[in-house]
Write a protein that binds this ligand. Structure first.
Ligand code: ZN
Length: 309
């Protein structure tokens, strides 16, 4: 990608209200960067799932990381799914991001009690525990690309960093933050910084130092920095190029038709079992808690469809 493509003006650039992702390059195109604000979509996840503070932090970090990764998707129907399996009390999480910068997710134990490294600093790693991070990139090919790594700390940012290094051979610095108070999510966001393969050793050293001493994302957001300003502050590069700003949101594409398709994939035995209940069944979408009722009659209709094949 050339450094000049889709470049937005740097001075007085229109920074959207609400949640968005910005993609930029700096240092003559040798570094590429993503930064996002995800406060509102994290609040939406809390509202849907009734997340405890530590569950909100864990899921919010993973959603922010996945959203920035979706910026590399090429086709409208492409998706990235991240699955965290851990032996901690959170019990694992699933997040799906799409090419329209929509994201959805859930964790298995949304009400898990919050524990802290120190006052105000949630111990997300303990809630997640030891386990694995699996990333599935569905890009319309016959087989989806799947990468799986051990969790490094369960704090999510380090785990995504490790995944990007090992599975995608892309050295990256990932920073993710969700800050909470008694009223819920105050700020959420993140950034991913990546060196291009032709970056010099000097630039690598400079970036490591810069990131090593950089404040936490949630601190910067509390201080009022938006994603553009966070990247400005990090690079201090007057020639930073902003390539694209994309609104992001919590969105679930579930529908009655999709639920029907899922039911059909269960097969005859399971469907007959479900249809045995004269009251019908209620299915709930894991991602948005929307409920879908199927009457006994409708289930029998699906069984008919299957037997006629
Ligand atoms: Zn849904």
């Amino acid at each position: 990608m050339s450094a000049n493509e889709n470049t937005e003006p740097n001075i007085g650039a229109q920074v959207p209200e609400g949640d968005y992702i910005v993609r930029a390059t700096a240092k003559g195109g040798k570094i590429r960067a993503f930064a996002c604000r995800t406060t509102e979509l994290c609040r939406e996840a809390v509202r849907i799932h009734g997340l405890s503070p530590i569950a909100a932090a864990a899921l919010g970090r993973l959603m922010s990381g996945v959203l920035m990764m979706t910026q590399d998707l090429k086709n409208d129907d492409d998706t990235i799914t991240a699955i965290v399996r851990g032996d901690g009390p959170l019990g694992g999480m699933t997040v799906v991001g799409n090419a329209q910068a929509g994201v959805r997710g859930y964790c298995h134990n949304p009400a898990v009690p919050s524990t802290y490294h120190k006052p105000g600093k949630l111990n997300v790693g303990e809630a997640v525990g030891q386990g694995t991070l699996t990333i599935i990139k569905d890009m319309g090919l016959k087989e989806a690309y799947t990468g799986k790594v051990e969790l490094i700390s369960g704090e999510i940012a380090e785990d995504i960093t490790y995944y990007l290094a090992v599975s995608e051979q892309t050295p990256s610095a990932v920073s993710l933050g969700v800050s909470m108070d008694k009223n819920g999510v105050m700020h959420a966001g993140g950034m991913i910084i990546q060196l291009m393969p032709d970056a010099s050793d000097d630039l690598i050293d400079w970036l490591e130092q810069r990131i090593g001493g950089f404040p936490e994302i949630s601190y910067l957001m509390e201080e009022g920095f938006d994603p553009h300003q966070i990247l400005d502050l990090l690079f201090g590069d007057p020639d930073i190029q902003y390539h694209q700003t994309t609104k992001c949101s919590y969105s679930c594409p579930c529908s009655r038709e999709r639920m029907e398709r899922n039911l059909l994939t269960l097969g005859l035995d399971d469907l007959n079992h479900l249809a045995a209940d004269p009251a019908g069944i209620e299915l709930e979408c894991h991602f948005c808690d929307r409920k879908y009722n199927f009457s006994n009659n409708e289930l029998n209709g699906l069984i008919e469809q299957l037997t006629q094949k």
